[in-house]
Design a protein. Structure first.
Length: 507
């Protein structure tokens, strides 16, 4: 027995008879509270006896004040003596006598005591005994171990756990925990999932651990990203397909490029304009007018839109206002491709050059000269530029030094598509092949054969490449081994050329 008059949880009273368990007593008390009168409980072996001294009650209050302690927020209630009644004078002697009896005698005495009690008193016994079987082991663990245990739960179970108590809610909403759930779900770009809404994070912190590179007052909302991803996936899987929205605005002209960011879609056309659409309503929000030739390339990030045209210029637009912020002059032919990274964009032109532009000032920072035919595709990761052209070549550039680091030779026809992950360059050509290159050495690691025509659409993630081809098939490749993992064909395959595609970990 401890100083509060309570027996330790693991105390066992061994005597000449069998032992009484609190669970048995609880069951007997429940029968009594329901109006049933049973015979004395049968004895069991190796049980634990938990007893109360005097008139006791349960304190189940939960503290929510700061600083927060796990034990003050979510703990196993402890018994305390009631202050509402004065214990009878004979209570001490009765307890001493009770302790001298063996377990069979104690069991019989408890049975008789329960039978002599009114239902209200029996319910009080239940309230005292039942919490002894409710152990919150999570709040007893260090936070790191508690989070590790919770990490094995599914997202649905985490949300349920958050409703247990205040401390469990803090644990179940920890940013690091939801970042791991996002990783398991294949969510890497939070801005992409949340539609760039994390650009201005809330200044208020909810107590979550800050991630590396983040401040405590501006955590990345990993939980929000996971929930949005889950809702979108469930909509795809379960909800009936709605009638598609037809965005009418370019009339009979060809739509040459399309960009999607958050709730906005930007389309470029050979009618010399771009249009900004609401993805939710399908309504045209504004028309970007200013080019004097067809728009053949575009990039979008948030409210920033960059377009390239046959009028040999690039234009920088504010999608919120529709105003042209900058017109970038320098190319001497059609701007056919571009890639946006941060506040810089790299453009490729039919004049066989590439240009690096600063979007804040609208100035040309670098000109990359080396191709001998039109540049058809470009990739830029902030450090290196990779370009593919109609001269059958792929080139790797250091834009700051305006130097060509590698010329990747091997294709026997025009290069139409590129992917670059910082380690590998993947190029698709009219010669029907796809080649995988090492960006550091310039060596060709694999030649992926299987398509029958031009590969103009590709996407690369985590060493998995998905390619769309004019032969109407889509193929999935492992670029490390060079093996084709899947060919998406069959009776429901595309009936004409696949020119663009996108995929994630599930689709």
């Amino acid at each position: 027995m401890d100083s509060d008059g309570d027996f330790d949880d693991d105390s066992v009273h061994e005597d000449c008879g069998e032992e009484v368990t609190a669970m048995e007593m609880l069951g007997h008390v429940k029968h009594k509270s329901e109006g049933e009168h049973d015979h004395p409980l049968p004895p069991t072996k190796k049980a634990r006896c938990q007893q109360e001294d005097g008139d006791v009650s349960m304190d189940s209050s939960t503290s929510t004040e700061s600083p927060v302690s796990p034990h003050s927020m979510c703990h196993t209630p402890r018994r305390r003596h009631s202050s509402k009644a004065v214990p009878p004078a004979q209570l001490g002697a009765w307890i001493e006598t009770f302790q001298t009896w063996n377990n069979v005698e104690r069991r019989y005495a408890i049975d008789r005591l329960i039978e002599a009690c009114e239902p209200e008193q029996v319910r009080h016994m239940m309230n005292v005994i039942e919490p002894q079987f409710q152990r919150d082991f999570i709040s007893l663990l260090p936070k790191e171990l508690a989070l590790y245990v919770l990490s094995f739960l599914e997202a649905r179970d985490l949300l349920r756990a958050a409703q247990t108590c205040h401390y469990w809610r803090i644990l179940a909403e920890d940013n690091l925990l939801w970042r791991e759930k996002c990783r398991e779900a294949g969510i890497e770009d939070v801005k992409e999932v949340l539609g760039r809404r994390v650009a201005s994070p809330p200044a208020r912190s909810n107590g979550n651990c800050a991630l590396e590179g983040q401040t405590a007052t501006a955590p990345i909302p990993w939980k929000a990203a996971f929930m949005r991803h889950h809702y979108i996936e469930m909509n795809w899987r379960c909800k009936p397909i709605r009638e598609p929205k037809v965005l009418k605005g370019h009339d009979d002209h060809v739509i040459t490029c399309l960009q999607f960011s958050g709730q906005r879609i930007v389309s470029g056309s050979d009618d010399n304009t771009l249009k900004v659409w609401s993805a939710g309503t399908g309504r045209c929000l504004r028309t970007l007018v200013g080019h004097t030739g067809g728009v053949w390339s575009s990039q979008m990030s948030g409210s920033l839109v960059v377009s390239g045209s046959t009028d040999r210029t690039l234009k920088v637009w504010n999608a919120d206002t529709g105003h042209c912020v900058h017109t970038l002059y320098g190319h001497t032919s059609t701007v056919r491709c571009m890639h946006l990274h941060g506040n810089r964009v790299v453009s490729g032109s039919r004049d066989a050059t590439l240009r690096v532009w600063d979007l804040d000032s609208g100035t040309c920072l670098h000109v990359l000269v080396g191709h001998v035919a039109a540049v058809r595709c470009v990739q830029y990761n902030g450090r290196l530029v990779v370009s593919g052209a109609y001269d059958y070549m792929v080139k790797v550039w250091d834009p700051e030094r305006e130097e060509c680091l590698h010329t990747l030779q091997g294709h026997t026809n025009r290069v139409y598509s590129l992917q670059f992950d910082g380690v590998h360059v993947v190029s698709g050509s009219l010669d029907t092949s796809i080649r995988v290159w090492d960006v550091e050495t310039g060596a060709c690691k694999h030649q992926l054969m299987g398509h029958q025509s031009l590969t103009s659409g590709m996407e690369l993630r985590n060493n998995i490449l998905v390619s769309g081809n004019a032969d109407s098939t889509v193929k999935v490749w492992d670029i490390v081994t060079g093996q084709c993992l899947q060919t998406l064909a069959g009776p429901n395959k595309h009936q004409s050329a696949v020119t663009c595609l996108q995929f994630n970990s599930n689709w």
